[in-house]
Design a protein around this ligand. Structure first.
Ligand code: UDX
Length: 497
């Protein structure tokens, strides 16, 4: 991009992520992409998340190399000793939405976000859309352009946008277990395959005033109030759904897969320096183990950063894995199992058989693992980042969704993109064994073909001339225009209906 020579410093963008692994990872990648193209960035973490990043990564040193890059922290409103692991993330979201409005405004009015000598004031806010309500109120009040980054896929965002219609039509709440396979009629473009069980997990609440369901739906309804929406997706994956969302939010930047976009742009600037954004300590010993395995023989298993399972579910997975005779690399976080430790009272035969063909770590370098030639399949909780990373690496998936958007994502993986299988709401060693065998052996050719094709399209999208490459350039150009006040507004839309 050509820019007029100017003595004004570049625009400063404030980036505020949801404090969970997936969203922090993708927002840091976006922040790095903006910094790489010369924008100034202030990255606002919660104290807790920032301390975890400082403990397990080199972010301070890495981002110092970008002129004008700053980290700032904010309270999440919860006491220091409040638990923040696993699915307590919903408490963090509620707390930030209810407690942070005045702190956020004060920060924007202060000199703390990058107003040291020579640096400009914040000229654009990019916020996780789950905090879209209060941040948009403040941005409008202070006349600062705001963009909502929805860290889910477009498929889930479109479902969220339609949940008020689903409720109004009486399709929610669910009427019981026998109702779970009923097709949902009020999410346009998904009438033929979206069942009740594929709606975001919070829709299973019997009470429609459930706070988790409310935050999911209400915050999404704020999206059209933003100047634009960023989605970590690409047109060849979700084009038809993106078109639907554009009817409500015309200005969408689909710029994913962000991890691949960052790799490409770093490489084009002959800067290959890139490292982890992990909130957990990465155990690289699994890479040596993978090096010793034959090509495409290993199933990689990770349930992301939030999933919590019961001990009996862990045992079912473990038996399914060892009975399948397939080699496996398993990420078992220390807090994966609710209550007791992961390794308490594990039948000795499971530990014995794992020695033969399995490897277990607390946290892995996932992008590298998925790109390793030994990996032939991914058993995933269907978090959006995990799905994109699997797509880029052309690795077929078995999905075992836990919560939030994952129920929608897994339906799309199996029914729309045909990139694998959906094992939602089931945890049985025989089914696990059968699905592993299908993915890695019986139906491997079919899934690998689809995965290779989608992987190619994903990689092309971030090449020069690709849709996501173009959209990122457009985003950066538009942010530059914010300084001159030429950034447009989306359609006005009624919220809280
Ligand atoms: C959360 C929600 O759970 C998910 O539904 C939503 O789509 C995004 O926010 P999370 O559980 O963290 O995400 O899952 P995911 O989005 O898949 O992100 C996990 C990230 O951690 C990925 O980027 C993955 O590469 C990384 N990871 C995971 C590791 O680096 N090592 C691991 O061992 C496991």
């Amino acid at each position: 991009m050509e820019h007029q020579v100017s003595h004004r410093p570049p625009p400063r963008v404030l980036v505020f992520p949801l404090p969970a692994q997936g969203p922090v990872n993708s927002m840091l990648k976006l922040a790095e992409l903006l910094a790489l193209e010369g924008l100034y960035v202030t990255f606002l973490n919660t104290h807790f998340t920032h301390n975890r990043l400082l403990l397990h990564t080199d972010i301070q040193a890495r981002f110092e190399t970008y002129p004008g890059f700053l980290f700032k922290t904010i309270s999440d409103g919860l006491p220091d000793d409040h638990p923040r692991s696993g699915d307590t993330i919903m408490e963090v979201i509620h707390s930030i939405n209810s407690e942070s409005k005045s702190i956020f405004k004060q920060l924007l009015l202060s000199n703390e976000l990058g107003t040291s000598e020579g640096n400009p004031l914040v000229s654009c806010i990019i916020v996780d859309g789950i905090f879209g309500g209060f941040t948009t109120d403040i941005a409008n009040e202070l006349h600062i352009p705001i963009i909502h980054f929805r860290t889910f896929g477009a498929c889930c965002i479109w479902v969220n946008m339609n949940i008020p219609n689903v409720i109004e039509a009486g399709e929610l709440p669910v009427r019981g277990e026998e109702d779970m396979d009923r097709l949902i009629k009020n999410v346009p473009a998904m009438e033929s395959f979206l069942r009740f069980r594929d709606l975001p997990s919070f829709c299973r609440a019997s009470d429609l005033t459930d706070p988790n369901l409310q935050v999911f739906v209400q915050q999404t309804l704020h999206s059209p109030r933003a100047q634009a929406i960023i989605l970590n997706t690409f047109e060849d994956l979700e084009g038809p759904i993106l078109s639907r969302i554009r009817t409500l939010c015309p200005n969408i930047y689909s710029i994913g897969p962000l991890h691949m976009q960052l790799k490409r742009r770093l490489a084009s600037k002959e800067s290959s320096f890139q490292s982890s954004n992990s909130l957990f300590e990465v155990d690289r010993s699994c890479m040596t183990w993978l090096d010793a395995q034959p090509p495409k023989t290993v199933i990689y298993i990770s349930f992301g950063s939030i999933t919590v399972m019961k001990r009996n579910q862990l045992i079912e997975f473990w038996y399914g894995l060892v009975n399948s005779n397939i080699r496996f690399l398993w990420v078992a976080r220390l807090d994966l199992v609710a209550g007791d430790g992961n390794h308490a009272q594990i039948p000795p035969e499971l530990l014995e058989k794992t020695k033969d063909r399995g490897f277990i770590v607390g946290w892995a370098p996932q992008e590298e693992v998925l790109a390793h030639p030994a990996v032939g399949g991914f058993l995933t909780h269907s978090g959006w980042n995990s799905i994109l990373e699997s797509i880029v690496a052309a690795v077929p998936m078995i999905c075992w969704p836990y919560f939030a958007d994952q129920q929608v994502n897994s339906r799309f993986v199996s029914e729309v993109w045909k990139l694998g299988m959906d094992m939602k709401d089931v945890c049985d060693r025989k089914i696990i064994e059968k699905m592993l065998n299908d993915l890695m052996v019986e139906r491997n050719e079919e899934f690998s073909k689809a995965a290779n094709k989608m992987g190619r399209l994903a990689r092309q999208s971030v090449h020069k001339g690709g849709s996501s490459y173009h959209n990122l350039d457009r985003l950066i150009e538009d942010i530059r225009l914010t300084s001159s006040g030429r950034f447009g507004r989306q359609v006005d839309i009624q919220i809280n209906k």
